[in-house]
Design a protein around this ligand. Structure first.
Ligand SMILES: *Cc1c(COP(=O)(O)O)cnc(C)c1O
Length: 266
């Protein structure tokens, strides 16, 4: 397995609790530097990796600091929470990406509000999105979520069902497929995490060959604990929350059903 020597593990500073704009800017700069180093470490252009800061649980003042630092797109895991922040996002000129599980009955809140949806993994949601988008005469960038770890607790399609699923998406012409998204297993064992990313890399390669190179150009994978590894396996969007905003105080189970605090640390 390739390893990154550009940034030695022990030199990585843990994210600090963010109480002012300066600390947030410094965390953001650290994460950007680590992304660049990880990309360069495996011969990739750092600009081929997009940072998507995840603002779930984060309050308005911090989101404002993030916008002041030049960020224009954030990720949110829950529709209800994103809706509550919609005015703030609009005031700050921020767009948001839906990265959490999407239920069919919430689709109407997402269309016209979210700029991207990273969690499309069933036809009912795809159909509901398309119907609303067609009515509105608009389109939406979407990612197909894949369950790369095989865990019951994770949403997403099994890798071997993705190709058939994408074929079934063809009638929904308002959905612009940009690529694949996953959450790797929460584990301290780097090999297990890497195995998830490798499954995604291989799946992406197959889809680009057999289906369409452009529509599978993107891989949304990697979070605070594993984004450097994800970059080695081809991540083009990394979704980072705690690494920028500092530790969250909600239980992980609020966002990832069945995941314990211990697991989420890894
Ligand atoms: C919260 C969240 C992230 C970011 O997690 P961190 O560990 O805070 O970086 C990424 N993806 C999804 C789907 C999330 O819900």
């Amino acid at each position: 397995m390739p390893t990154i020597d550009a940034v030695p593990e022990e030199s990585i500073r843990p994210p600090r609790v963010v109480r002012d704009a300066e600390t947030l800017r410094s965390n953001l700069a650290d994460v950007r530097a680590r992304i660049a180093a990880a990309a360069e470490g495996c011969g990739r252009d750092p600009s081929s990796v997009r940072l998507l800061p995840v603002s779930k649980t984060v309050h308005d003042d911090r989101i404002a600091w993030l916008a002041d630092a030049g960020v224009d797109l954030v990720g949110e895991n829950k529709v209800q929470e994103a809706l509550g922040k919609a005015d703030t996002f609009e005031r700050l000129g921020l767009r948001w990406a839906m990265i959490g599980h999407l239920q069919t009955n919430k689709v109407r809140h997402v269309v016209g509000s979210a700029a991207e949806v990273h969690s499309v993994d069933n036809l009912r949601v795809a159909e509901a999105l398309d119907r609303r988008l067609q009515d509105a005469g608009s389109g939406l960038d979407v990612f197909v979520q894949v369950n790369s770890s095989g865990e019951d607790s994770k949403f997403g399609l099994p890798p071997d069902e993705v190709e058939a699923f994408v074929t079934d998406l063809a009638p929904f012409t308002s959905l612009r497929i940009r690529g694949l998204m996953t959450l790797a297993v929460f584990s301290e064992d780097r090999d297990r995490v890497a195995a998830c990313f490798e499954r995604m890399r291989a799946l992406q390669e197959r889809l680009r060959q057999d289906v369409d190179a452009d529509r599978f150009a993107e891989l949304s994978m990697g979070m605070s604990g594993d984004f450097e590894l994800a970059i080695e396996y081809g991540a083009t969007t990394v979704r980072v929350g705690e690494g920028i905003f500092g530790p969250r105080h909600t239980g992980p189970d609020d966002y990832w059903p069945g995941v314990t605090a211990e697991q989420a640390k890894h």
